[in-house]
Design a binder for this molecule. Sequence first.
Ligand SMILES: Cc1cc2nc3c(=O)[nH]c(=O)nc-3n(C[C@H](O)[C@H](O)[C@H](O)COP(=O)(O)O)c2cc1C
Length: 184
Amino acid sequence: MFRELHPSKTYRLLESGPVVLVATGTPEQPNVMTMGFHMVLQHSPALVACVIGPWDHSYRALRDSGTCVIALPTVELAETVTKIGNCSGRDIDKFAAFGLTARPARTVSAPLVGECLANLECRIADMSLVERYNLFVLEVTHIHVDADKAERRLIHHAGDGRFIVDGDTVDMGGYMTKWRHLMD
Ligand SMILES: Cc1cc2nc3c(=O)[nH]c(=O)nc-3n(C[C@H](O)[C@H](O)[C@H](O)COP(=O)(O)O)c2cc1C
């Protein structure tokens, strides 16, 4: 079961820089790529900057529909994540090839990835840096988090197909005096 998380909390999921999947197309004709180059730009409306190159089939799909879903895979998907990033939707149906489930999103035409811990529905907010850097600014319009998923460790690409797996959490919330308004 996915539960909702307000889009203004996007930074809690992405600030740590996990490697993500980007789903485009539709639930009937989905595609997915792997992405490491992303950053949160703004809390609310939540904005995320992503580098998606014209060599990716996903680039045209994102430009054409104006939407995508950023999905957060956990550690058991590391092999799949790497394989997804080493083949193209031009040649194969990656959802079928890698046993992924495309599910309808709420606010965008692009599909959710059912196996992922969280799915962030996004639409293009600014294309002014696409020509120069292949950098899309996306607004997160809805977030689904799988509250029941036992595995919650995200993976961080360290280069050359090596991933750092999430470890212990240290809670310094008591010192967040300047940022109380962002906490709940
Ligand atoms: C770990 C990893 C990280 C990647 N990060 C990015 C990225 O940030 N931006 C990008 O354009 N491609 C990135 N790629 C490459 C794409 O995932 C790859 O070109 C993919 O095959 C594109 O699929 P598509 O043609 O179906 O869109 C990455 C690949 C891997 C394995």
